[in-house]
Design a protein around this ligand. Structure first.
Ligand code: NOJ
Ligand code: NOJ
Length: 553
């Protein structure tokens, strides 16, 4: 609030006078003080009040800090190739980790680990997410070897869909089965089933593959009907079951989940377009109607009281969950919870604050020597007690995960890309103030082109309170600082991976050593995804600079 008051007195023409000790507008007696406080200050900064203000950040901790760190840059490129190899190693039948073990062609094994824990299975979710990375690679580079693997996967989708299993059979709920044996048989043990994100993710991957074949190879829509025959059962499943409870992506909680609903929404959105291209007009209309229902339903995950999105409705948990960020990455679009939306950023901020305090390895100053926020290891959700199932890890407490930490980096790079390309500049609302303000150096000459600290603005969480022009030095500073912050999360992965770039599922909350299933396919995919988003962020920053340089002569 001290920061606010500084801004107000120095920059706003019609400034309110703010009591610097409380941060309350002195001349607004109608606003109950508690309410104002809880609206505006709900932050981890309360724990270290305003420490970040004490030191003045040097104006430019530019993104080039990181890109000039050639050691880190070369790690990124080595880790990208290692992650890609790590993925290929776990795909049947010939991947080096799985060869000779009866793995069907195109099956993505979650991890080569056979015991403590046994992850030697085909999870529909892990498989679809991983294959999407290969589809993206094919769309970009057109490699034949990657195409062969995707085609194997496509053949395997048909087998998986038609295999009767404990969730049912095709057309009767069977597509909600979360995992299969690697040789294609149903897994018949007890499990958290059904999980309704699987068919949605698979449809997204298959539709993306159809698009890649059209764009790269000029494939005609008619030649892709074999793909539509696989896509349609998954879309039917999604459109009929999205309102029914199921297990969450972490396979523990039965209910209605944000991640699941987000990927279902995206599947139906992509699905309605492709079905009309196949002249399946009735289906297109039906998917469209259902996607509208889902879109409205998604709004119910916003918790106004808490100021963040919750992962599962009516759950006793805090609701904070990396699954929300994953939902935005895999299911978000411009109109529904994109990576850069205030609700996603507010949720990220609350999650990171929790994780910072939760794991002993994260114990460090929350600010670096330039008073900018420090990255930390991120776990699935605060209440997690799953320690990974390995033998050395029997205490019942959760750990940070590679894929969750990479996911936070991914979101932050996505935000950087958006801010760098935005022509409306940087807008800070009550909702995102805790996230953004630490990135602004608190100099008295900060010049927002708009600020509103009126009582009305204070009351509403989403009210914009500050705005900076696209070309302002403040916007520049925030963009480069967030970029560096994101790099911090990748540096944490680097620290805990082994020398070959292997990543398991988790790293120990006390020691940082790898825990849980080794060489987890999804860990490799997520770090690959984050590094790709980093490249996009750099391209956007460069585009922005080039654009503005035209005005500097
Ligand atoms: C294995 C699941 O895959 C994991 O997500 C879960 O936390 C544990 N079992 C404990 O239920
Ligand atoms: C446990 C995770 O919770 C779940 O999301 C994942 O699908 C399986 N492990 C396999 O990686």
């Amino acid at each position: 609030m001290r920061f606010f008051s500084m801004l107000i007195t120095t920059t706003c023409a019609l400034a309110l006078v703010v009591d610097p000790t409380l941060g309350l507008p002195i001349d607004s007696p109608n606003v109950p003080p508690q309410k104002v406080l809880s609206n505006v200050v709900s932050s981890p900064r309360l724990n270290s009040p305003f420490a970040w203000i004490r030191k003045q950040s040097p104006f430019l901790s530019s993104y080039s800090d990181s890109s000039e760190d050639s050691d880190f840059e070369s790690w990124l490129s080595v880790q990208s190739s290692r992650s890609f190899e790590g993925i290929l190693a776990n795909i049947g039948p010939d991947g080096v980790n799985v060869a000779g073990q009866n793995v069907q062609p195109g099956v993505v094994v979650a991890s080569p680990s056979h015991d403590h824990p046994n992850y030697f299975y085909h999870w529909v979710r892990d498989g679809a997410i991983t294959m999407l990375a290969l589809v993206d690679e094919y769309a970009r580079a057109g490699n034949v070897s990657v195409k062969t693997l995707i085609d194997d996967y496509v053949d395997n989708v048909r087998i998986t869909q038609w295999t009767p299993n404990p969730s049912g059979q095709i057309g009767r709920g069977g597509l909600g089965e979360p995992k299969f044996e690697v040789d294609g048989r149903a897994f018949v043990g007890t499990w958290g089933r059904p999980q309704r994100d699987g068919p949605a993710l698979r449809a997204i991957t298959l539709i993306s593959y159809a698009r890649a074949l059209q764009d790269r190879d000029g494939a005609s829509i008619d030649s892709l009907r074999y793909l539509y025959d696989l896509i349609k059962p998954d879309l039917e499943y999604v459109s009929k079951f999205w309102a029914s409870p199921g297990f969450d992506l972490w396979e523990e909680l039965e209910g209605l989940h944000f991640f699941t609903a987000m990927v279902q929404y995206r599947a139906l959105l992509l699905g309605k377009d492709i079905s009309s291209e196949f002249n399946d007009d009735g289906a297109a209309r039906w998917y469209h109607t259902q996607s509208n229902g889902l879109k409205r339903f998604l709004l119910s995950f916003w918790d106004e009281e808490r100021g963040y999105l919750v992962e599962t409705l009516a759950s006793p948990r805090s609701g904070l969950d990396t699954a929300i960020l994953l939902g935005s990455i895999h299911g978000g679009s411009e109109s529904v919870f994109p990576i850069y939306s205030d609700s996603i950023i507010a949720t990220l901020q609350a999650l990171v604050a929790d994780m910072r305090a939760r794991y002993p390895i994260n114990e460090q100053d929350s600010l670096d020597s330039d008073s900018l926020p420090m990255a930390v290891g991120i776990g699935r959700y605060p209440e997690d007690v799953y320690a990974g199932g390995d033998t050395d890890n029997s205490d019942d407490l959760g750990n940070p995960w590679f894929l969750c930490t990479a996911t936070v980096a991914h979101i932050l790079y996505g935000l950087v890309e958006h801010l760098a390309l935005s022509n409306s500049g940087l807008t800070i609302s009550n909702l995102t103030a805790d996230f953004y303000l630490p990135f602004l150096s608190p100099t008295p000459d900060i010049k927002p082109d708009y600020c509103d600290f009126s009582a009305t603005a204070m009351w509403s969480r989403s009210a914009p309170i500050l705005r900076f022009m696209p070309r302002s030095k403040e916007a520049e500073q925030v963009i480069s600082s967030i970029f560096n912050y994101a790099d911090g999360f990748l540096r944490i992965l680097r620290k805990h991976a082994d020398e070959q770039g292997n990543m398991s599922e988790q790293f120990d909350r006390n020691t940082g050593f790898m825990r849980g299933a080794r060489q987890l396919t999804w860990s490799f995919q997520s770090v690959l995804g984050a590094i790709e988003m980093r490249d996009r962020a750099i391209a956007a920053i460069e585009k922005r600079r080039a654009y503005f340089e035209r005005f500097d002569f």
